[in-house]
Design a binder for this molecule. Structure first.
Ligand code: GLC
Length: 413
């Protein structure tokens, strides 16, 4: 019964694709839609942009600072980078705390890597939340998600907030040349060396995508597909949604992305077995992917994983059930991502007349081979032999490199 409610039929997939198209059109023309379809003022690179940049990347599990060199002819290198693990108190405290943390980290990075002193630094800021932009270097935060909730930030221009924090730290030689979303970063990073790339997708803590819209002179549109809401939800989706800081929002994201899949599986398991052996939110998507891929004898891998969480190792039958639940949660996630990918590609090229490279970044796609093959088989199920026209390309570091690429295109124009 539960398994059945997690299976999406081919008819439903076709309906999802159709609804996606009408929501895209509505969003683009400013009508009410669950898809924000945000114009980003980012244009497509040619691959010949050059220069040295700093990139800030905020919006996933880590905050990163990178030094990036664009070498032209499609070459991008990262001479230095630093990753800061975000603590809950950094992302749920005050606005000053969050932006103060960003500025302080940047100051440390510049000192450690001997960048700065006197020279003017161009910075690209990847900020992976919905923002309303009126040009390439501003953005008003529309809403938080993925567990972020710093106070007094929604409704503010986040570029100004960073600028103020930089001034407070005495950093005066930095110019924020571009504010971008991670999906834009992924799209332009691949596009820098592959003109056939016309979709950038994130499948990580959250999920979203961006593409160049022909009707707007190939300007990149941030779809914000995580908020798509015309999907068949189960009681477990609703139950989980109710425990998040943003109930009723990000429906697709909560059925697809890494922040939520583990908790969804935990809820199903404890409901079906009545065994409340795991605490809310402690079973992560990393655990889920390990459980799904466990092929050891009598599922010893799952037993070990449970032990690591301080839980009893369960009977073999229960471990088998856990594996099946993890499999169905991830298969549904991949089916929905594949449907969303197909929907956007068909909007760009309704007859699938040419080939399309889809640049994808994020832990689900990068670290979980089984998930990747789920997506590929879902694409084949939807498009049959035409699935060959779509190639999925893992594009790492798009949210770092892409910020530099857009900063370069913006400062040259
Ligand atoms: C969330 C954000 C979106 C971002 C995605 C992936 O859906 O709203 O802007 O691209 O997460 O990080």
């Amino acid at each position: 019964m539960v398994e059945k409610s997690f299976r999406i039929s081919p008819e439903t997939i076709n309906k999802i694709i159709k609804d996606f198209h009408s929501e895209m059109s509505a969003g683009l023309s400013g009508r009410k839609s669950s898809l924000a379809m945000i114009p980003t003022f980012a244009s497509m690179p040619t691959g010949s942009e050059t220069g040295r940049f700093i990139a800030l990347d905020l919006g996933g599990t880590n905050f990163r600072i990178l030094e990036i060199t664009l070498g032209g002819r499609g070459r991008i290198s990262i001479p230095a980078q630093h990753r800061f693990r975000l603590k809950t108190r950094d992302i749920t405290g005050t606005q000053k705390q969050l932006f103060g943390f960003i500025a302080a980290s940047l100051k440390r990075f510049m000192l450690a890597n001997k960048i700065g002193a006197g020279e003017k630094i161009l910075l690209g800021f990847t900020f992976s939340f919905p923002v309303r932009q009126t040009n390439i270097s501003n953005g008003i935060l529309l809403s938080w998600n993925k567990g972020f909730s710093a106070k007094n930030t929604v409704g503010k221009d986040v570029v100004q907030l960073v600028n103020k924090a930089l001034k407070r730290k005495g950093l005066h030689n930095i110019k924020i040349a571009a504010l971008i979303n991670d999906t834009i970063g992924t799209l332009v990073t691949k596009r820098y060396s592959d003109p056939g790339c016309d979709l950038g997708v994130i499948l990580g803590t959250g999920t979203n995508a961006a593409y160049p819209e022909k009707k707007m002179g190939e300007m990149a549109i941030n779809i914000e597909w995580g908020n798509f809401n015309r999907l068949p939800r189960t009681i477990y989706d609703r139950k989980m949604d109710a425990t998040t800081p943003n109930p009723g929002r990000q429906t697709l994201e909560k059925m697809v992305s890494g922040m939520y899949l583990g908790e969804l599986a935990r809820l199903i398991f404890s409901d079906m077995t009545n065994k409340k052996i795991l605490k809310p939110w402690e079973f992560t998507t990393t655990h889920l992917s390990l459980a799904e891929s466990d092929i050891s004898r009598r599922l010893g891998g799952i037993a070990r994983l449970l032990k690591g969480l301080g839980a009893p190792s369960l009977t073999y039958a229960d471990r088998l059930l856990m594996k099946r639940i993890c499999g169905m949660v991830s298969a549904r996630s991949a089916q929905i991502s594949a449907a969303a990918i197909v929907a956007v590609i068909l909007r760009i090229d309704p007859g699938l007349k040419r080939g399309h490279t889809v640049a994808i970044d994020g832990s689900l796609f990068e670290k979980w081979p089984k998930y990747r093959s789920h997506i590929k088989s879902s694409l084949v199920a939807i498009l049959k032999e035409k699935a060959r026209k779509i190639s999925l390309a893992l594009t790492q570091d798009g949210s770092g490199k892409g910020a530099a690429v857009v900063a370069a295109t913006a400062s040259n124009s």
